[in-house]
Write a protein that binds this ligand. Structure first.
Ligand SMILES: *[C@@H]1O[C@H](CO)[C@@H](O)[C@H](O)[C@H]1NC(C)=O
Ligand SMILES: *[C@@H]1O[C@H](CO)[C@@H](O)[C@H](O)[C@H]1NC(C)=O
Length: 240
């Protein structure tokens, strides 16, 4: 009985430690400070996931949907350049600090033109979002093999043909443990030297997920019989 309780405590400690935020934008090869270009999220202290895919907060999970955009700076980045996000875990954890994603998850990045500006609350409120990148698990030897969770940074490319202008970029990480648990960060961008591409398909956030997609509502440790392989939730990636 004692051993059982000890094991239980260990599991819950790991789950608590696995919570994180995505406060740091990576651009031009530099990792910028917490919440400079990324809108401060409601979980900036608790690091807890957001679970309601239909909440208006599911878009960027701002601390204050009206005030936070204006308190966040806009990063200028070139179309075709590499950008990314760095995860940060609870500040209260013991050293050495471990900022890895830890939990298996499906990673995706969405962008939306930002009108009237990237630092305005109205930006990204319509059917204006398109997916520019994803990192889904692969199905191998009867198991889902997830993108590495021992990293703390993920990077991807802003499509070269994306028209210049102001955008929001949202990184969504759907954790496959405990159903629909999402970690979200939104950075404010001014894209320069863009092209004349036409991003599609366009979706609304919230609205992009119901929460019942086979890629979200999934028990990765108990896959159904005749599992067909992972199906990414949401739209296809715009190839730019
Ligand atoms: C990134 O580099 C571009 C020039 O290539 C520059 O205009 C921009 O200000 C830089 N962005 C940041 C966030 O430092
Ligand atoms: C989210 O909203 C959609 C559309 O109204 C609905 O079908 C779905 O059941 C909702 N999901 C949850 C988890 O409530």
């Amino acid at each position: 009985m004692k051993a059982f309780l000890a094991a239980l405590a260990l599991v819950s400690a790991q789950i608590a430690a696995a919570h994180y935020t995505l406060p740091d934008l990576i651009a031009n090869g530099t990792t910028f400070a917490d919440w400079v270009y990324v809108r401060t999220t409601q979980n900036h202290y608790s690091n807890a996931p957001i679970t309601d895919v239909n909440s208006t907060e599911f878009r960027c999970y701002e601390l204050d949907m009206n005030a936070t955009p204006g308190e966040t700076q806009i990063a200028t980045v070139e179309a075709g350049s590499t950008i990314g996000f760095k995860a940060v875990r609870s500040l209260s954890q013991s050293s050495p600090v471990d900022n890895t994603f830890y939990h298996p998850g499906y990673f995706s990045a969405y962008m939306s033109p930002a009108s009237p500006a990237a630092n305005s609350p109205e930006a990204g409120t319509g059917q204006s979002w398109f997916k520019i990148w994803e990192d889904p698990p692969v199905f191998e030897n009867g198991q889902l093999v997830f993108p590495s969770t021992s990293i703390s940074e993920i990077t991807f490319t802003i499509p070269k043909s994306l028209p210049s202008g102001q955008y929001l970029i949202a990184l969504h990480v759907a954790s496959s443990v405990g159903g629909a648990q999402f970690y979200i960060g939104c950075a404010q961008l001014n894209v320069i030297n863009g092209g004349d591409g036409k991003p599609e398909p366009l979706v609304s956030i919230p609205g992009v997920y119901t929460g019942y997609e086979p890629g979200i509502l999934i028990n990765i440790y108990d896959l159904p019989a005749n599992y067909p392989g992972y199906t990414s939730p949401g739209p296809a990636v715009w190839q730019g």
